[in-house]
Design a protein around this ligand. Structure first.
Ligand SMILES: *Cc1c(COP(=O)(O)O)cnc(C)c1O
Length: 383
């Protein structure tokens, strides 16, 4: 099945329950005992095995081309259970320097409390991976598109490095989605998602997922069901519904974000634009070549610094100023005040995240309406 068909049909068994075309919400915490002999095979919401979980697992596995999938209560539940299934006290991991804020805090602060060390490295600089590699290194964690400077690293290089050194490669594919990039096809071991973003796509639930081999996903599940990060069946239902339109949404967002990035790049009031779909930029050329589209996330800096940027954001009529991403509505935010406010100013500056940087999550509105709105706001705030 091609991905356009898989989002609709994969994992679905229409009519299985009283002829209902759409799988209903199974709002039952427990199920009749049916002679099971293992804990994991008992039917109970926390064990992630209601009909809503099972259908979603089949669909997610199909989308990422994995053997098996597991949903979790949030992206962070998926990421933390994954890392805790792979690492133990005394182990070391490598992680991308420019990670999602909560993930970065998890690997540098929380895991440290359990005796797990982390080194942050540049995914465009293989020499730095080699320098940081230790005999006890077990995992390399990266993101397919970094946040907020939307850079694509040497992803094929990361997967190959992990194979060569016996590390488990884990990639957060939230920004790219399987519509634009399928990491398992390029040698990664495990894919994680914040399904809160593009997979659900409607800004109305929080959810996460892990996809990979049956063996690795089962190991994550064993951690997750003790940590308790199960996804509620109603959220499963909404996520399954959201995924059905994933391809339509993401392709529109790819197109719209590229148009907006090109417009901004040409505009004299705009200082810098970050979007991996533009020819220029500091993405890795081979990494970039693995993508079918570059997603709906872009960042930019206006001339005139912070006061002008704040005025520009206030004058926008369509984009809403809010953190998060991947929904139907266009969102704008300054990472220095939201997604990256937990970092020190020095840490942000070291990675090129300036205070007036604007991050935009392009929604599914008409591209022309967004362009007109941005153009007007730039005009009204220029002096
Ligand atoms: C939002 C996000 C997360 C965390 O997901 P939650 O669903 O909020 O727990 C992790 N990684 C990336 C890239 C994200 O955008």
């Amino acid at each position: 099945m091609r991905i356009e068909t898989a989002v609709v049909h994969a994992g679905e068994e229409p009519g299985q329950f009283d002829g209902a075309l759409v799988l209903p919400v199974f709002q039952s915490s427990t199920y009749l005992y049916a002679g099971q002999e293992t804990y994991e095979s008992l039917r109970y919401i926390r064990l992630n095995n209601t009909p809503n979980h099972q259908a979603l697992h089949r669909k997610l596995a199909a989308l990422e081309g994995g053997e098996s999938a597991l949903v979790a209560a949030s992206g962070m539940a998926a990421i933390s259970a994954t890392l805790l299934s792979l690492l133990e006290s005394g182990d070391h991991l490598l992680a991308q320097d420019c990670l999602y804020g909560a993930t970065r805090a998890l690997v540098t602060q929380d895991l440290a409390r359990y005796g797990i060390d982390c080194d942050l490295v540049d995914t465009n600089d293989p020499d730095s991976w080699q320098r940081r590699l230790r005999p006890n290194t077990r995992v390399f964690l990266v993101e397919s598109i970094s946040n907020p400077l939307v850079r694509i690293g040497d992803l094929r290089g990361v997967a190959a490095f992990c194979r060569q050194h016996g590390l488990v490669s884990v990639i957060d594919n939230t920004f790219a989605t399987p519509v634009n990039f399928r990491p398992l096809e390029h040698g990664f071991d495990l894919v994680v998602h914040s399904c809160t973003k593009y997979l659900n796509g409607h800004s109305d639930i929080v959810a996460g997922a892990v996809i990979g081999s049956a063996e690795r996903v089962a190991a994550v599940n064993r951690r997750l069901l003790h940590l308790g990060g199960a996804l509620d069946p109603h959220a499963c239902f909404l996520l399954q519904r959201g995924i059905r339109t994933l391809v339509l949404r993401v392709r529109h967002q790819n197109h719209s974000a590229l148009e907006i990035a090109r417009f901004l790049e040409r505009h004299p009031e705009v200082d810098r634009v970050y979007y991996p779909g533009l020819d220029a930029g500091d993405s890795h050329p081979e990494g970039r070549a693995l993508f079918q589209g570059f997603g709906g996330m872009l960042s930019f800096e206006l001339h005139g610094g912070l006061p002008r940027t704040q005025a520009f954001l206030q004058r926008l009529r369509i984009p809403v100023e809010a953190p998060s991403l991947g929904g139907p509505e266009t969102l704008v935010t300054r990472p220095a005040t939201t997604s990256h406010s937990g970092w020190s100013r020095e840490e942000r500056q070291a990675l090129g995240i300036r205070d007036h940087l604007v991050r935009m999550s392009v929604g599914i509105e008409a591209t022309e309406d967004l362009l007109e709105d941005i153009e007007r706001s730039l005009r009204e705030t220029s002096d």
